[in-house]
Unconditional design. Structure first.
Length: 164
């Protein structure tokens, strides 16, 4: 197994473990608070849809980083080129969006307010703690190209492609 592939697999395992831990913490909140479970019966289907979209986005964004960026999402093997194609045309952070969608879908499917609270907390952590230093590192690494990318593509997402 090549070193890059090993980093990719290690990163995937870490993401799965982190998402599982967050979901379990949310489930723990549900158990502690014993919220009422009166939710519409269509919510599990909506949740499954969110999970499916999130998983597709995760796979697609990882593939684009691998193919066009010549790297992985794992910080030990980062892309060597700035990636602004595929899902990265609509979001500077499609992997975070994907993971939030998966967790949101799980929370909706299970009618779990605790998991949804964890999604909100994770979103705030990403927005104010995790992403700003990542953006500074990318700006230092890719310079003007990243600055232009930041002005063109939003941090979270855009539903339609901007006209250049």
């Amino acid at each position: 197994m090549s070193q890059t592939l090993r980093y990719l697999v290690t990163g995937i395992v870490r993401v799965v473990l982190a998402l599982t831990a967050i979901a379990l913490l949310g489930g723990g909140l549900d158990i502690l608070s014993m919220p009422p479970r009166i939710f519409p019966s269509y919510l599990p289907l909506l949740g499954i849809g969110l999970i499916a979209i999130g998983l597709y986005l995760e796979v697609r964004a990882t593939f684009v980083l691998w193919r066009h960026g010549l790297g992985t999402p794992n910080p030990a093997s980062p892309p060597s080129r700035l990636v602004d194609c595929g899902p990265y045309r609509f979001s500077r952070n499609p992997l975070y969006v994907a993971r939030l969608l998966v967790l949101s879908g799980l929370g909706v499917s299970l009618s779990s307010p605790g998991i949804l609270i964890m999604v909100l907390l994770l979103s705030l952590l990403l927005q104010f703690v995790v992403i700003p230093p990542e953006e500074r590192r990318l700006n230092a690494r890719f310079g003007d190209a990243y600055s232009e990318y930041q002005t063109r593509v939003p941090r979270w997402f855009r539903f339609r492609r901007a006209v250049p």
